[in-house]
Design a protein around this ligand. Structure first.
Ligand SMILES: [Zn+2]
Ligand SMILES: [Zn+2]
Length: 361
């Protein structure tokens, strides 16, 4: 399946970085599912736009795409890095990674080295992004998402074969799982042993393919997944749900589900790592004489003692009233900055009293 990401975004191959960004913004606005409720075609289009931008919006991936095209047909080996870290989710909305998953497994998968290419039947990883309320950080939250993904076919328990999974030798590769293939690559013309498409490299095919899944052992379905968001999570962090990505074909291992968490900003509380910062105003007399005042914290209202002689912008600490520290029993603190209100207008009586005070000095 070859995809032209440039055509998807309606731009030429020479488009500049800002052209790409602009095209993506315009297109994703135009095809946003909110504007096309229930239109499957628009939803697919929107996914394609995002998929295209994930590649073209990232200099490194764009370069790889420009060089190798979208099919991920690279010569085996040559990319020994084995590191897919630093994956960035910029511009990512929801859905699977399309051909990108394949591309990366060819580039970085553990099968570098040697001229042999072997595509795994493992399911693809899926990335989604969810938004939680600020207050969910305090206690953690359970969020249910609905995604469309491959799940194992129940009709054949993933084998792809009907009649108790009876398998026979694949005729295409005589059971070796590989066929020889001449490929053009940036190393020149090379002979490659590539995976047999008929049996996906297993060397065996179902005697009678499962009618439910047409022999693939998996089906696309809309499923609901409950995500346990831990207390103390930070904006931008990603959770990994093992085995919750696409089911592999023919009963092979599932991919992972990566859930990036976005935390909404709060109008009252400012987060500073695991601490909270807020500001209160106290009257000049309360600052001089001291008082008790009520302060809103993420754990509810508490009483804060303003000591006599509190100075402007003095910071008072409410110990343990901040946010829980992720994967720990510790809790941050809540820091309150005290602003002092100087009266702009005084009554006659007040003015007299202040003047008396002044006379004392
Ligand atoms: Zn089946
Ligand atoms: Zn075969």
């Amino acid at each position: 399946m070859s995809k032209d990401y440039y055509a998807t975004l309606g731009i030429s191959k020479n488009a500049s970085e800002s052209d790409i960004k602009k095209a993506y913004r315009d297109m994703s606005k135009k095809w946003h599912p909110d504007k096309h409720k229930g239109e499957k075609q628009a939803e697919d289009k929107f996914k394609e736009i995002n998929e295209a931008y994930e590649v073209l919006g990232n200099a490194k991936r764009k370069q790889q795409y420009d060089q190798f095209g979208s099919t991920g047909n690279t010569a085996g080996g040559g990319f020994g890095g084995g590191n897919t870290g630093g994956f960035d989710f910029s511009g990512f909305q929801q859905g699977d990674m399309g051909d990108l998953g394949d591309m990366f497994s060819s580039f970085f998968g553990g099968q570098g080295g040697g001229g042999r290419q072997r595509r795994s039947n493992r399911g693809r990883d899926i990335q989604v992004r969810i938004t939680i309320d600020f207050i969910d950080v305090v206690k953690g939250a359970k969020k249910v998402i609905a995604i469309e993904k491959y799940v194992m076919c129940k009709g054949c328990a993933g084998s792809g074969a009907e009649d108790n999974g009876k398998l026979v030798t694949c005729k295409n590769c005589q059971g070796t799982g590989q066929v020889t293939h001449t490929a053009q690559s940036f190393f020149g013309t090379i002979q490659q042993a590539v995976m047999c498409n008929n049996c996906q490299g297993s060397g065996q095919v179902p005697e009678k393919p499962c009618s439910d899944c047409k022999g693939e052992g998996r089906k696309r379905e809309k499923v609901e997944i409950t995500i346990d968001v831990p207390a103390g999570i930070h904006d931008g962090q990603t959770l990994r749900l093992q085995g919750q990505g696409d089911a592999g074909s023919h009963g092979d291992e599932s991919g992972e589900l990566y859930v990036q968490i976005q935390v909404k900003k709060d109008s009252k509380f400012v987060r500073d790592n695991d601490d909270i910062r807020t500001t209160i105003e106290v009257s000049v007399l309360d600052a001089i004489l001291g008082t008790d005042t009520k302060v809103q914290t993420v754990h509810g209202d508490v009483t804060l003692k303003i000591p006599a002689g509190t100075q402007p912008n003095q910071i008072l600490r409410l110990k343990g009233k901040g946010l829980p520290v992720l994967s720990s029993s510790r809790t941050g603190d809540h820091y309150v900055t005290v602003k002092i209100e100087i009266p702009r207008k005084l009554s006659k009586a007040e003015k007299k009293l202040y003047e008396e005070l002044k006379g004392e000095q």
